[in-house]
Design a protein around this ligand. Structure first.
Ligand code: NAD
Ligand code: LMR
Length: 340
């Protein structure tokens, strides 16, 4: 007689095959760090996403429990759990999209840069696995400091000969989600109708909302622009302080990560006109990486858009952002012996 585990595995496979025969579009998605504060709600939301046929949940702790729990949801995706480094390769094999929220979050008084040493090592190990097992997957990197972890991931992929800049995307969607919310509040609009491009990077002054390009078009006073820019740049710190030592944004981040992952999957499916902001290898400025609007397609970030016209306040902000961003990118080059 087959064991319970075998029976469960067989019925999951039967369900997956059955759906595949039905021709349902389905992508294979892995979440690395799936048992964490972001990972759990992210896993739940991806289990609901109709574009996902297989969902792999990997963590170094607690992934069996999260997997058992989420696998009972009566939605299409088949869920499988993977625990610890020996199962990393199985978690990654065959994946179309890998989302990485693995790593340590901030506590009050810390900057995202303070997470560099520990999270750099985690991202490096996970990206080595991706290079080996699913080198063609799109990677959505959430682990902080994003301004440095994306350059680290790029180095790992270069070393393994699998680097394709179009497939490596640092997730800055939460900055856009916050910007849409805060701008809508000031303008008295429904946030779902508001679209604010946020460029630069994902930390302090590198987060540069382009309020002169808000859709629908609007006029903000100098005071409103300063208030909004400041609030958007410090949105992460606002949550870190409110959580008072219990971590950083997890629920709004899971929402933002799913919004971004869904856009990546629609791009992979071949939908036209999928455009979101992301931190990518870029020639928009003199820096090697920069966040701006990108068009997502079958091969990842297929087009990277220029910043468009900036007002004087944004031009000053851009100079500050570039200066700080240059340091965060440079930091990766300064630590080759510790990281590589
Ligand atoms: P958390 O501590 O709640 O969860 C992190 C998870 O990662 C844990 O379950 C942990 O076991 C796991 N993990 C640690 N090392 C791992 C490894 N080697 N392989 C796989 N999993 C591993 O933290 P969180 O609140 O979920 O935040 C995770 C990261 O996301 C932090 O670095 C945080 O700063 C970052 N973050 C980024 C954004 C963004 O906008 N890009 C927003 C919020 C948080
Ligand atoms: C955020 O913007 O909420 C995240 O980057 C987490 C943090 O440390 O602020």
């Amino acid at each position: 007689h087959p064991s319970n585990l075998q029976m469960e595995e067989n019925s999951s496979l039967r369900a997956a095959n059955c759906r595949a025969k039905g021709g349902a579009p389905g992508f294979k998605v892995a979440i690395l760090g799936a048992a964490g504060g972001i990972g759990q709600p992210l896993a739940m939301l991806m289990k609901i996403n109709p574009l996902v046929s297989v969902l792999h949940l990997y963590d170094v702790v607690n992934s069996p429990g999260v997997t058992a729990d989420i696998s009972h949801m009566d939605t299409g995706a088949v869920v499988r759990g993977f625990l610890g480094q020996p199962q990393l390769e199985s978690a990654l094999t065959g994946m179309d999209l890998v989302i990485i929220p693995a790593g340590v979050p901030r506590k009050p008084g810390m900057t995202r840069d303070d997470l560099f040493n520990i999270n750099a090592g985690i991202v490096k190990t996970l990206c080595e696995g991706i290079a080996k097992c699913c080198p063609n997957a799109i990677v959505n990197l959430i682990s902080n400091p994003v301004n440095s972890t994306v350059p680290i991931a790029a180095e790992v992929f270069k070393k393994s000969g699998t680097y394709d800049p179009k497939r490596l995307l640092g997730v800055t969607m939460l900055d856009v989600v916050r910007a849409n919310t805060f701008v809508a509040e000031v303008l008295g609009l429904d946030p779902r109708e508001v679209d604010v491009p946020v460029v630069g990077g994902h930390s302090g002054v590198t987060i540069l909302p382009l309020l002169s390009q808000v859709k629908p078009p609007c006029t903000l006073t100098k005071e409103e622009s300063e208030y909004l820019t400041n609030r958007i740049q410090n949105g992460g710190t606002e949550v870190v302080e409110a959580k008072a030592g219990a971590g950083s944004a997890t629920l709004s981040m899971a929402y933002a990560a799913v919004k971004f992952a869904d856009a990546c999957l629609r791009g992979l499916r071949g939908d036209a006109g999928v455009v979101e902001c992301a931190f990518v290898a870029s020639q928009v400025t003199e820096l090697p990486f920069f966040a701006s609007k990108v068009r997502l397609g079958r091969t990842g970030a297929e087009e990277i858009y220029q910043l468009g016209p900036l007002n004087e306040y944004e031009r000053v902000g851009l100079e500050k952002a570039k200066k700080e961003l240059a340091g965060s990118i440079q930091k990766v080059g300064n630590f080759p012996q510790t990281i590589f």
